[in-house]
Design a protein around this ligand. Structure first.
Ligand SMILES: *Cc1c(COP(=O)(O)O)cnc(C)c1O
Length: 384
């Protein structure tokens, strides 16, 4: 197995991914399947391991944002259907076809350009409808009709139609409802025109947890698969018991007693109020632990202790309540003893959402995959 030579690591509980997929599967109607969304390196968790676990636990297909991400999964030997949710350059469509990767389309010129390229494998496509997200997709029946006309090429196969909700995680569902209505207006027009069966999918984690019976053929399950709530509103509804898969740990690499009145780190922003034990930890903003997190707690010996002074590129300092030996475990996200620091706590402190926190932990931090309490795989900087 691969190894690494630093005392900072992310632990991914693959059992949690499995639990979350199985729970959603039990919760959804039988007719509704699951795309496991593993874009952005599986929201920072590791795309290949998460994809394999999700597929083995009941997901039928994968979704990513970029063609590069889809190709990485194919290269890892994954043969399940993969849908690219974002825009791909027309000139790269033949490559997608060659690797049996499904692409998203919503522009007439895009289809016209794709048809000019030589390729022999069938290109499988999903049409994107913009029902109120305002990002990508067709907005009118006329635009949709124009796209259907351009699908007159036997190499092009329309397999699916989808839309994306902008606010399915919010308390006020007016915008969600408007999007559902627009989807049905477009769908009616589509069914009049197109006589072949297609797969319909609309829901992200929030929609699939709140409105399981409205979810058509598949859902696109991202944040919930990682065991994180799409929002506080959805968390408080307690619809499915999710298990977080992600935790972040390091170790003390230096411990010293600092006299009262001494300063710590760049800019001398922290001054010791008494004689204090200060520990140094090899995690910094180049690992994704942003400078904005100065002052937040870590867990050592099951107790909360604050980060003091500026966070450096590769290291930070913690105010300890007593002496601890070098090598003592420091937990930034996850459980220690009876306490837990959740991704949501970090997100609140940094004025952002849980999605951004796991994504921001950089490639420099090794990912250690755990299944049944045993390490089954390690990914680190030289194995990317
Ligand atoms: C990222 C993404 C999802 C997954 O959303 P979650 O809120 O993480 O479940 C679904 N659909 C599209 C189009 C996306 O970009």
């Amino acid at each position: 197995m691969e190894t690494y030579y630093r005392d900072t690591w992310v632990e991914i509980q693959l059992d949690a991914i499995k639990h979350n997929i199985q729970s959603l599967n039990d919760y959804l109607p039988d007719k509704t399947g699951i795309y496991a969304v593993v874009k952005a390196n599986g929201y920072g968790h590791g795309d290949i391991q998460v994809a394999k676990t999700a597929l083995a636990s009941g997901a039928q297909a994968l979704a990513v944002s970029l063609l590069d991400e889809a190709l990485k999964l194919r290269k890892a030997g994954i043969s399940a259907p993969i849908l690219v949710l974002g825009w791909v350059r027309p000139c790269d469509a033949p490559l997608a076809a060659a690797h049996n990767i499904m692409l998203t389309f919503f522009q007439e010129e895009w289809l016209q350009q794709v048809k000019q390229y030589k390729f022999k494998e069938r290109l499988t496509l999903h049409m994107k409808w913009d029902t109120g997200m305002g990002r990508i997709g067709v907005r009118t029946i006329e635009e949709m009709d124009a796209l259907l006309t351009e699908l007159d090429d036997p190499r092009l196969h329309l397999q699916g139609v989808f839309t994306h909700f902008a606010s399915a995680d919010e308390c006020n569902l007016a915008h969600y409802t408007k999007q559902v209505e627009r989807f049905h207006v477009l769908l009616q027009a589509f069914c009049r025109r197109w006589k072949y069966p297609v797969e319909l999918h609309t829901g992200n984690s929030a929609a699939s947890m709140r409105f399981p019976e409205q979810m058509h053929h598949k859902v696109r399950f991202g944040i919930g698969m990682y065991g994180l709530p799409p929002s506080d509103v959805v968390k408080d509804l307690q619809l499915i018991q999710l298990q977080p898969a992600f935790s972040l740990h390091s170790k003390l690499i230096h411990v010293k007693k600092v006299e009262k009145g001494e300063s710590i780190s760049y800019g001398a922003t922290y001054t010791t109020e008494e004689n204090e034990w200060i520990g140094t930890v090899p995690l910094g903003y180049a690992d994704g632990w942003m400078r904005k997190l100065q002052g937040i707690d870590v867990l050592i010996n099951g107790k909360r202790m604050p980060i003091v002074g500026r966070i450096c590129m590769d290291q930070l300092m913690v105010k300890l309540d007593q002496f601890y030996p070098i090598g003592t475990k420091v937990t930034f996200i996850g459980k220690q003893g009876d306490d837990i620091i959740k991704v949501e706590e970090i997100a609140r402190y940094a004025d952002t959402i849980n999605y951004e926190i796991t994504c921001m932990i950089s490639y420099r931090v090794p990912r250690v995959y755990v299944e049944n309490d045993a390490v089954v795989q390690v990914d680190h900087v030289t194995s990317y």
